[in-house]
Every structure is written in C-alpha cells, then in structure tokens.
Design a protein around this ligand. Sequence first.
Ligand code: LMR
Length: 329
Amino acid sequence: IFSSQKLFHPRKLVRDYEQEGLKDQIVLKFSHVVAENTPKGLAAKKFADLVYNKSNGKIRVEVFPNGMLYSDIEEINALKENKVQIIAPSTSKLGSVSEKWGVLDLPFAFPSYQAVQEGLNGKIGQELLQSLKSSDLKGIAYWTNGFKQFTSNKGPIRKPEDIKGQTFRIMQSKVLTAQFKQLGAHPIQQSFDITFQSLDNKKVDGEENTLSNIYSKKFYNLQKHLTISNHGYLGYVVLMDKTFWNKQSDYTKRILIEAMDEVTKWNQQQARKMNEEQLALIKKNSSINIHVLMDSEKKQWIKKLDPLYDKLAPTIGYDLVDEMKKLRK
Ligand code: LMR
C-alpha cells in the first residue's frame, strides 16, 4: 500500500549502498490522519517517492494514512518518542505546543489561497515556526488544504443565528471553541478519526471541514446540509523531532529538504484543484442541500465573529493578531 514500495528494487539498492558506502537504508515513518486522496495524503505520497528517487533508494519514507498508527491527539507525542519521524498535523492542533497557532484559526482571516501564502511566508509563518523551538520540534514546511465549510443535519445554515443551539464536532483548538460559542453553538473537541462515527450516531449535529475531508471521509453521506462559507482556514505544518533531525547526515537533510520544497510547491496548486473537484463529486454523488453564502450573509457572519480578534488577542499574542488584521484588510 505504500507508494514508495513500488520503487523498491532490492538489487538496485545494494548497488546504491555500495556506491555511497552506506550499509543501512534509512526508513522514516510518516503518520497522518486523512485519506490518501486528499491534499495532505497525496503530498505525503509524493514526498515519499521523491525522497526515494533522489536518494537512489537509500532513504525510504513509509506513509501511514487514515490515522492507522496514531490519531491526531496522539501523533505529536509519537513523534517526540521517535515512534514516527514525520507528521503533518493541521495547524489548529498545535495549540498544545503554543497558543500562538490559534492565529490561523481566526474566522475569515484569509480571503484567498494567495493571502494564506502571504501570511505563512511572512511574519506570521516565521513566528509560528519559532514557537516550536522550545518544544524541540522542527517545522519543515507548511502544506495547505483549504477553507472550511459547515455541514449539519439541522439547517440550512445561512445566517449566524441558524447555528445557535447546534452541537458541532471541532478540532482541538481554543479559537475554534470560542468561534462556536460566539455563535451560541455547542462545540465538542473530537479527534478526526471518530468524526464519522459521531455524525453517524447523531452525537453531534454537524462539523466544519474542507470539501476534501468532507468528500474523502464521506461526511456528506451523513449530513443534510452543506454551507459553502469558507469561514476558516485548514492547513498543515510538517513536523520532525529536532533531536532526530540534528542526528541526520547533511546528505539526508539535503535530500529531505529538496524533496519537501518540491512537494510544497506542488501541494499549493493541487489543494485548490482537489477541493474544487471534490465539491463537484459531492454534488454528483449525493442529494445534500448546498447553500453558498451570499455576500450580504457573509457580512453578517463577519460582524458576529469579528469581536473574537480582540477577545483572543491576549491568548494568541497581540502582535500576531495585529499582523493578521493587517493581512485581511
Ligand atoms: C480535522 O481534524 O478535521 C482535520 O484536521 C483533519 C486533517 O488533518 O485534515
């Protein structure tokens, strides 16, 4: 099931080792929670293939998708304990490392994919990577997925009031908790892998996610309403353990960085395309009721949620929140 295994030719490997004087193949486990057919899933596979090819088989990345090794709640610890060597959690889940990451969860922060890149390549992205240092984590890259939409069984959700009283599954994030409370809803933090079950058992009325996750995990089959709101950003930070990273040879570091740079560029175009294509597939494969927020409605959501910027600035950090305010203007 691992794409890199397709390229695994034992005889060629032996030859490569002899040439480079390297006896053992380095194997890195890459664990993530989403399906393979997603922006993160495909990027992880492509990274594995590139690393294998660039190193002539000396470095092999094994990708474990769908939370088959660790859930999103467990994966940061698994990385620190060297049970896996690469993870790519959604940035929303980094609050346990530093509250600063909450800045990326602020509602309607990024109006476009381009604005996301500006933010991540600029001061915000830099400061967030810095915040990992005290936890001995190394942020290698930012990968993107896209913008979140609301799905629910109680709907349709058009105006902020429509969500009042509803129970929503959310990621492990204080900012997202505050967002739903501001709307008078009841957020419940749950790991990604139990979201399907939770929707299926009607433990929650709805959830927020990208179209890619809604499609690949079939949430749309369990929900009556989908609102295209693009109200929040969902992206990833690719992480390694700093101690593990520092132990690697310059050769290994160079291969990993080169491959990561290539994949990161590819992921930016790919993510947008996948979310668009998968919306078309949701429409084709289901009778879910889809509402696209009108501009007038969007203004009401922004008005209702904007107070969160000042409310959460003491937690996230005033400088980061100010930077985000500048960016969204
Ligand atoms: C979620 O928990 O909904 C997402 O963070 C899953 C993911 O990694 O895209």
